[in-house]
Ligand binder design. Structure first.
Ligand code: AMP
Ligand code: GLY
Length: 432
């Protein structure tokens, strides 16, 4: 079949790499893609939310399957657009409609959904713009640290963890009164802080059944030792040592099943990925957030561990046939190290020439923010490359990734030196 992937990050390169290996994949297109996706398929210069042009392209190239990578087109209703357009409605599409994407698009919706469906999560209270006085008063009664969340999409910046009430009040004023995140912060959630260790769990569902993909741990902060501001993610590891089979059983029973049942009960058709951000609080799973898509950079680690033909699973997902499917997962370890532009997540320069990409040996190199210009690959985003090492131990996977990282360079390149090391320490403590 002819397949179109929508997006341009490391996640989309990893999806393209995996999808390209399927015997079902004839022509593969990525809109808009990057220099890396251009080596496995054909890039198409269309914006991820230009539904009309994307639809026309699908007709022109006889696309059979569309895989939506990022959240923006999902929240804006790409599925609804395809379903409501006669010529497009028979095209298979992986990704929920606007209603399902609210799991990510509105933190208030997802919190209420979890409460209604008995999914364990942090206690929270929602305040609207006109309730800013009550919100500030409420903060006086909260234990610190206090978690504030803008309701809508805020490009990963909408969560503030305030260590004092004063800091929380300033952040609340900026969000509710000064609309720091525009409409996205016209509602703000004040949430109880969960103390624990985070884990990302990925589910592919057809709305009734599901398969669980390999879990991963993300490294969100810019600096070594989890310091400095939050980023889109600076690295990922899969599998995760503390995601034992008994913990994952709890996740399936207490989180995944009630989530899928909840969607069914509430009449929300959902065909696509659900990314469940979890906190492991002393062995008990609590949901921090849902996303209506795969994670980035988690996908760059997770895809290398899936042995099944991904396209077969995606087709089953869109046709409601996942009940009959199993997913084969490799026992190998994967460690992904993100190489970013100097200055990210604040201001950074673009357009630097990347060297060291010719050598194809060793770790996988997934492109995130790159562009091909003539014969050169240039930096084009904050997160530039995601390097995934694999091996039969955590240590060997990390060594392979870092070996490759050292052979790639551009002016101002930055990466964390400690991806996976916390888990390696945890492993040696368990052995001791
Ligand atoms: P989100 O954008 O919802 O993924 O939140 C960003 C980050 O904030 C998460 O990855 C967590 O590290 C942290 N976070 C969010 N909610 C909580 C919470 N209730 N307790 C502790 N940390 C949280
Ligand atoms: N790595 C976190 C995310 O994709 O949201």
């Amino acid at each position: 079949m002819n397949i179109l992937i929508i997006g341009s990050g490391g996640r989309e390169h990893a999806l393209a790499w995996k999808i390209r290996q399927s015997t079902h994949c004839r022509n593969l297109f990525i809109a808009p893609g990057n220099a890396g996706t251009g080596t496995v398929g054909t890039n198409v210069p269309l914006a991820v939310d230009d539904f009309v042009s994307l639809g026309n392209f699908c007709l022109e190239k006889k696309i059979d399957l569309v895989v939506v990578g990022p959240e923006v087109p999902l929240v804006k209703g790409i599925r609804d657009y395809f379903e409501q357009t006669d010529l497009l409605k028979s095209i298979l599409l992986v990704g929920p409609g606007r209603a399902g994407a609210q799991l990510e698009g509105s933190k208030d919706f997802s919190k209420q959904f979890m409460i209604r469906n008995g999914v364990p999560t942090a206690k929270a209270q929602t305040f609207y713009t006109h309730q800013s006085k009550e919100a500030l008063r409420y903060l006086d009664s909260c234990k610190t640290p206090i978690v504030l969340k803008a309701d809508g999409l805020a490009a990963g910046k909408g969560v503030i963890i305030a260590s004092t009430v004063i800091e929380a009040k300033t952040a609340m004023r900026e969000m509710l009164e000064e609309k720091k995140f525009g409409e996205a912060s016209s509602k703000v959630l004040v949430e109880e802080f969960l103390e624990g260790i985070e884990l990302s769990v990925f589910v592919l569902t057809d709305g009734k059944s599901y398969v669980i993909l390999p879990e991963a741990k993300d490294y969100k902060r810019i600096g070594d030792g989890d310091t400095g501001p939050n980023t889109g993610g600076m690295g990922a590891v899969s599998p995760v040592i503390f995601a034992t089979s008994s913990f994952m059983k709890k996740v399936e029973e207490q989180v995944i099943k009630p989530t899928i049942d909840g969607l069914k009960k509430e009449g929300i058709a959902y065909q696509g990925f659900i990314f469940i951000g979890l906190m492991n609080v002393q062995g008990e799973p609590f949901v921090i957030e849902y996303n209506a898509r795969m994670g980035d950079p988690e996908t760059e680690a997770v895809m290398t561990r899936i042995e099944s033909d991904l396209v077969e699973l995606l087709i089953a997902c869109t046709k409601g046939e996942l009940k009959d499917k199993q997913i084969e997962i490799s026992p190998a370890h994967a460690v992904t190290v993100v190489m970013a532009s100097g200055g990210y997540p604040d201001q950074f320069e673009k357009g630097h020439v990347i060297s060291g990409l010719e050598d194809q040996t060793g770790a996988y190199v997934f492109h995130a923010g790159t562009i091909q210009k003539h014969n050169q690959v240039l930096t084009q985003g904050g997160r530039v490359l995601a390097i995934t090492g694999t091996g039969n131990s955590l240590e060997s996977a990390a060594a392979q990734a870092y070996e490759k990282v050292k052979r790639i360079s551009w002016e101002g390149a930055y990466y964390r030196r400690d991806i996976s090391m916390d888990l390696a320490r945890m492993k040696s403590n368990l052995k001791a």
